[in-house]
Design a protein around this ligand. Structure first.
Ligand code: 9D3
Length: 245
């Protein structure tokens, strides 16, 4: 998969792209991630990328020209691609949006900034607008990193030795059970006896029960959407919960 990121702050991406899983996927050529500085497509002696809003008001708006020329330059090389705009007005990104994006051969991510970007880019060049959640970031760069990180893990062979993403929270729809490692006693706190028992079936049932309890307490919204087995329903019944559906 190829991902192009259009940004005014290209330096923010360097360390992120060297990081373990992503760095290795890039080295293995499973991912090709290209960072484009929008400013390199600006014109004039000052290489201006933003301007005052028509109609007045505070703040600046990203000019359409530089972003448009950056998109053209990339698509001349790759052909038509899916263009995503990171913005607080977008559809909230989640694991199922990530699966959808992971099936694309090429993505272009535009990082917004300032008060926003000229509306004509949004209406004529952007295929999908994505937010990563209900909080205010300073710009789209962190959001782009979140999207690249989540989507990359779903690209075939990117997760090499790591746990399969099927085991992850949000894939089976439940939160994880608690984890323990040595020592057996830490500050008077003991590891649950069952984990030392060597009884794999007992351990499996204990973990599933803890997952269900934790999801019920912290994220009941997830529990009602989760893929529950007959055993899960039995466990929930013992926990005195009536599962829906
Ligand atoms: C001060 C400007 N705000 C007026 C109410 C609007 C605004 C514009 C741009 C607020 C934040 C930003 C920068 N954020 C993003 O570009 C962004 C974002 C976010 O802030 N939250 C969640 N997801 C995303 S994706 C891009």
């Amino acid at each position: 998969m190829r991902v192009d990121i259009l940004t005014l702050f290209p330096d923010l991406f360097a360390h992120f792209l060297k990081e373990s899983i992503l760095g290795r996927a890039i080295k293995k050529e499973l991912l090709d991630i290209q960072i484009t500085n929008i400013r390199s497509f600006a014109t004039g002696p000052h290489r201006t990328v933003d301007d005052r809003p028509y109609g007045g008001g505070d703040g600046m708006v990203l000019k359409p020209g530089p972003i448009y020329r950056a998109l053209q330059s990339i698509e001349r090389e790759t052909g038509k691609s899916s263009v995503l705009l990171l913005s607080p007005q977008g559809r909230t990104f989640n694991q199922s949006a990530a699966w959808e994006l992971s099936r694309k051969e090429h993505l272009i991510l535009i990082c917004g900034h300032y008060e926003g970007i000229d509306e004509r880019i949004r209406t004529h060049c952007v295929d999908m607008e994505l937010s990563i959640g209900d909080y205010v970031l300073s710009g789209g760069e962190l959001a782009a990193m979140v999207v690249v990180d989540v989507v990359s893990r779903l690209v075939p062979n990117v997760l090499g030795g790591e746990r399969s993403n099927l085991e992850d929270t949000f894939e089976d729809g439940l939160l994880e059970y608690p984890h323990f490692t040595r020592p057996k006693v830490f500050k008077d706190l003991e590891v649950p006896e069952v984990l030392l028992s060597g009884n794999h079936e007992l351990i499996r049932v204990w973990r599933r029960t803890e997952s269900l309890k934790r999801t019920l307490e912290r994220r009941p919204d997830l529990l009602y959407k989760a893929k529950l087995t007959e055993e899960d329903r039995r466990i929930l019944a013992q926990l005195q919960v009536e599962p829906r559906g």
